[in-house]
Design a protein around this ligand. Structure first.
Ligand code: 4NP
Length: 143
């Protein structure tokens, strides 16, 4: 799960996806990272922590990190929140195999950055939750 700061959207995406796969009994490893390094080492934004907590998900223990090239080796899917993230991550792809792993979480839509608008955290949570549910369905029906 990748966004710009790794403090608002992708920590929600990590927490929500972990919650859903656990509910479904799937043994998937989920992690998140950012393309920008301003908040590395910090916990998620308190508004994301609060919104997730209200929905029964604890993301308070997460620590912000940068996306690294080895993530292409570690993970089967790299899900990004918006088109800037898509461009930035694709720029790091070493080959076609790396690039094929990268897609927008919402398919053809973006998860907007809520950083400058407190009212957007719950809508963003709901968008990500639906995106995660749809993604899980796509993957498990493909197998
Ligand atoms: P995120 O939101 O990409 O969803 O984590 C942002 C967090 C911090 C900044 C930008 C977006 N920032 O500029 O510090």
């Amino acid at each position: 799960m990748v966004c710009l700061g790794n403090i608002c959207r992708s920590p929600l995406a990590e927490g929500i996806m972990q919650h859903l796969v656990k509910q479904m009994g799937l043994d998937w490893e989920i992690d998140s990272a950012g393309t920008g390094d301003w908040h590395v080492g910090q916990g998620p934004d308190r508004r994301s922590v609060h919104t997730a907590h209200e929905q029964g998900i604890d993301i308070s223990g997460q620590v912000c990190r940068l996306f690294r090239t080895s993530d292409f080796d570690e993970f089967d899917y790299i899900l990004v929140m918006d088109k800037n993230n898509l461009r930035d991550i694709l720029a790091l792809a070493r080959n076609e195999e790396d690039a094929k792993k990268v897609s927008l979480l919402l398919g053809d839509k973006i998860v907007p950055d809520p950083y400058y608008d407190d009212t957007q955290f719950l809508p963003v949570f709901k968008m990500i939750e639906q995106g995660c549910r749809d993604f899980i369905q796509r993957v498990i029906t493909k197998k």
